[in-house]
Structure formats: structure tokens, C-alpha cells
Design a protein around this ligand. Sequence first.
Ligand code: ZN
Length: 176
Amino acid sequence: MALLPILSFPDPRLRTIAKPVEAVTDEIRQLAADMFETMYKAPGIGLAASQVDHHIQLIVMDLSEDKNQPMVFINPKVTPLTLETQPYEEGCLSVPQIYDKVARPSRVKIEAINLEGQAFELEADELLAVCIQHEMDHLNGKLFVDYLSPLKRQRAREKVEKFSRQREKEAVAVKR
Ligand code: ZN
């Protein structure tokens, strides 16, 4: 297992459109395991492969309190089941320290493949619906800050850049 570096906004690589996974191989299973380790350590509740610079349709998630309910979505397809939207305060490991409300359809259908290569389907609401739509956006090169006003997005960018510089300085200090 290995921790993977997480790309942060406004890194242009986050805008890459992810390709479908052709076969669920050991390599994919290893990447998923590394993504879980990276996500738990961050800590976060969801991570798309795009965020760790692997541009394939793979998402890992764990919404449980005890971090013992890992979920994997390969080649996911998400369809809204209602026109009703619900605002929810979102955050993102690629946009550290920024939280803001995004309105998304409150109920969706998810179709995906699991790590055994089997297709599954489920209906989601609440946090799972929010999270899967947020992660799907990553696979399509989109970030939650894209839904905010240009002014808010600019502020988020400045804050993230400042935070990243600070983190680099700390990393250098640790190495010394
Ligand atoms: Zn995110």
C-alpha cells in the first residue's frame, strides 16, 4: 500500500476527462487500495482517481463513521431520479479548507462495476447522492468550486495556493 499525492486546484490535470476501465485487473485493485489509504489518511470520505493523477473512471468512498464500509465504483453512470435539488455544504481534498453549498439532484440512480468486475445498481439519496455526484464531476474534469461565483472561486484559488505553499514549507522543514 502507498500514499498517493493528491492534485490540488487549480492544477490543470484535474481537468482531464477520465477513460473507462477496460478490465478490473490486479493493478486496478492495487490502485483502489492505495486510494483508500490516501483518502483515510487525508482524511476524506471520497476520492476519484483523477485526483491522484490516474485518469480512469474509478471512485472510492467510505461514508461510515467508523471507516469500515469501503465502496468502489468503476465506470459509474449516475442518473438523477428527481428534478428536486438540495443544497449541501461540500468540501474536496483537491480544494483543501474550502467549504461551500452546492445544489444537486437529491436522488440518483448509480450503475457501476465493483472490484470483482461485477455490475451493480443502487438508488442513493442524502450524503451518498451528494458524494457520488461530486466524484463523478472529478471524472469529467469538473470541481465543486466551478458551481460557485467567479469571485468565490478566485478567493478559493488564492486560499488553496497559500495553503499549498505553507504545506511545502513544512515538508522542507521536516526534511531538514
Ligand atoms: Zn473532490
